[in-house]
Design a protein around this ligand. Structure first.
Ligand code: ADP
Length: 472
């Protein structure tokens, strides 16, 4: 069975968040199950692309509205990621350093989808499944059915995975003229509330849609940034499949990005060694429990509440905790956190920006990881934290609820709180600090955490079952 994953992020080619981690690892695990899985993504001017060798496998041209565009499809020569990786380059559209935030994003993603369809129609055998990830490639299930030129591809089954339903790719109807020519009687499939909405189109037209945890699927039925009715109406073809992690890359026993590697029996010393290095670098005390946050400074992540939570914790427990924050995003949040760091220089470390190696070091060095998210479709940070023996303190929503069991439950290994308002997060941290005081209790938690299996094996099999069902 041949599956082409279509995404605008894939680690380590181009990563902004969890989407990249999933697309960069799931296909590898699917190949272990005998699926011929590959990834197709836009070409970016990133270090991975510059540093590796590429073969040109196809090229062509088309009109996007009245604009002539050329495309070239490249394949990475040695399948370095454990699966075939294809990049589509379109000079002037898909040849830039960043993934997002360009004013012509709609033109970029439409061009990507159009070039992809031309490539599989004219230059290669069609796959059995096209697996689309998030709204950027959400028009594919519509285009293979209703764009005249690609009608011969209409029997290919499409799976669409919702990594984040908050972003939907809305564009005005004036963009319809840059889509490949389609059966205009079907315009309603593109429309949601007077806009072209690629996420809604995908949910309407795909053969099956999945969400990255079961809890998130339930949440989307209730609140999906305006699409909750649609998710419910199409629920017969839905499935929640929790993300896994790539344990060959995220593994404290072999991780080349951390100063001291460790496994379960050596976790106490190993983590302390990593903490010592991180704390020395940021002028923090290595004697205190270290609580961290890693992620985008966005409302979804509850990052706007971090300052208040940190201030409360530090003013009550000044002697008992240090905090490290790694992230970037909303400039106001960045400023607030910088001010807070200036106020508590010995108790708070801050790195504003994206830093893959530092993220590994923080997971390895920390005792606890805080995730006060408002929306968390799956969340990978808590899974990495658990693997690194770092106890998650999370808001019980979406994927966090599915993957973190509170210590009050039998076999629990984390701290779960309900609300963002009030002092729920602070109280959960207090509970964790209380447990941390007794070394033995903390060791039990850490060993439970590190013994959990969040590798892709089970979830990759669930995707395979879904593909089999669609094909048969
Ligand atoms: P998102 O909603 O941002 O996709 P996920 O929890 O699914 O959240 O995935 C976040 C991924 O991005 C993890 O691999 C995490 O370690 C990484 N990450 C987030 N912010 C940063 C940062 N500032 N530097 C390094 N890695 C980061």
């Amino acid at each position: 069975m041949q599956v082409l994953h279509l995404s605008v992020e894939c680690f380590p080619v181009a990563k902004v968040g969890g989407l990249a981690d999933v697309v960069g690892s799931l296909p590898k695990y699917q190949r272990h199950l005998g699926i011929d899985a590959a990834v197709v993504m836009p070409w970016y001017d990133t270090p991975f692309v510059r540093e590796n060798e590429w073969d040109k496998v196809a090229e062509g041209s088309f009109y996007q509205g009245s604009e002539p565009l050329n495309y070239i499809v490249f394949k990475e020569r040695v399948d370095k990621l454990g699966f075939p990786l294809y990049l589509i380059k379109i000079p002037g559209k898909l040849d830039r350093p960043e993934v997002y935030c360009y004013a012509d994003e709609a033109e970029q993603w439409i061009a990507f989808q159009h070039a992809f369809l031309r490539w599989i129609k004219y230059d290669r055998t069609a796959p059995d499944i096209i697996h689309c990830h998030d709204h950027h490639v959400g028009l594919i299930p519509f285009l293979i059915r209703y764009a005249n030129e690609f009608n011969s591809l209409k029997d290919i089954k499409t799976v669409f995975t919702v990594h984040n339903g908050q972003y939907q790719g809305w564009m005005g109807w004036n963009k319809s003229i840059i889509l490949p020519a389609f059966d205009t009687w079907r315009w309603g499939l593109l429309d949601w509330d007077g806009m072209i909405n690629p996420l809604a189109t995908a949910i309407k037209c795909c053969d099956a849609y999945t969400t990255v945890s079961e809890g998130y699927l339930e949440e989307l039925y209730v609140e999906a940034n305006g699409l909750q009715h649609l998710f419910r109406d199409e629920s017969a073809k839905s499935r929640g499949i929790v993300n896994g992690i790539d344990v060959s890359y995220w593994n404290p026993a072999t991780d080349p990005l951390i100063p001291a590697t460790y496994s379960l029996p050596t976790a106490a010393q190993g983590k302390q060694e990593n903490k010592k290095k991180l704390c020395a670098q940021y002028g923090l005390s290595e004697q205190l429990p270290l609580l961290s946050f890693i992620g985008r400074f966005a409302l979804e992540k509850g990052a706007d509440c971090l300052s208040k939570i940190i201030r409360n914790l530090l003013s009550q427990n000044m002697a008992e905790i240090t905090i490290f924050i790694l992230g970037s995003g909303d400039p106001q949040i960045e400023d607030e956190l910088a001010d807070l760091k200036a106020e508590f220089p010995k108790h708070m470390g801050l790195f504003v920006g994206y830093n893959e190696a530092l993220a590994h070091q923080v997971y390895a060095a920390s005792d606890m990881l805080l995730m006060p998210s408002r929306v968390e479709p799956c969340g990978l940070n808590q899974l990495y934290a658990l693997k690194y023996g770092t106890i998650p303190i999370v808001r019980g929503i979406g994927g966090l609820q599915d993957t973190v069991k509170d210590v009050s439950e039998d076999g629990g290994y984390g701290f779960v709180f309900a609300q963002l308002g009030g002092n729920d997060a602070e109280e959960a941290v207090e509970r964790a600090l209380e447990q941390y005081k007794t070394e033995k209790d903390w060791e039990v938690l850490r060993s439970r955490a590190m013994s959990l299996d969040f590798s892709w094996d089970k979830s990759a099999q669930k995707y395979k079952d879904l593909y089999d069902q669609l094909i048969n």
